[in-house]
Design a protein around this ligand. Structure first.
Ligand SMILES: [Fe+2]
Ligand SMILES: [Fe+2]
Length: 142
């Protein structure tokens, strides 16, 4: 049993954004699996954390660009929420690189729960926004 299992109902119906979201959870699952290993290489975990952080930054940027182009009125809320998560990531990474060889379970749980909540609520709103405006699909949605 993995830590997180993607379900179709998490889709925001924007293919590239779904792809990003799935990738985030796949990286979280890898971290979770690493935590259970007895003799994992901490360098591998550091690499995973780096990849996840970089990926989240790119995703937020791409999402905000997409929403700005489409004139989505929830953009400011998205930016605030994204910044909240970024701030936490910076803190988690600082703690991690201070000599931890495992990612604390509460950090993994926080990342999973916050991200899923965000995908379902805030991101779900732009999913509906696009669904209600099929004309935006041309040229706005990658
Ligand atoms: Fe997102
Ligand atoms: Fe978002």
């Amino acid at each position: 049993m993995g830590f997180f299992k993607w379900k179709d109902q998490f889709s925001v119906h924007v293919q590239e954004m779904d792809h990003h979201h799935k990738k985030f959870f796949a990286l979280l699952n890898k971290m979770y699996d690493y935590n259970k290993m007895e003799d994992g290489d901490p360098e591998f975990l550091n690499g995973l954390f780096r990849e996840l952080s970089a990926y989240v930054l790119v995703h937020f940027q791409e999402e905000e660009k997409l929403l700005a182009r489409a004139g989505f009125d929830g953009l400011e809320n998205q930016k605030i929420q994204h910044q909240y998560f970024r701030d936490h990531l910076v803190k988690f990474r600082a703690q991690h690189f201070n000599g931890q060889d495992r990612i604390p379970a509460n950090v993994l749980h926080f990342m999973r729960d916050w991200f899923l909540d965000h995908v379902l609520e805030a991101d779900g709103q732009y999913g509906k926004y696009f669904a209600d405006r099929p004309f935006l699909k041309m040229g706005y949605i990658p």
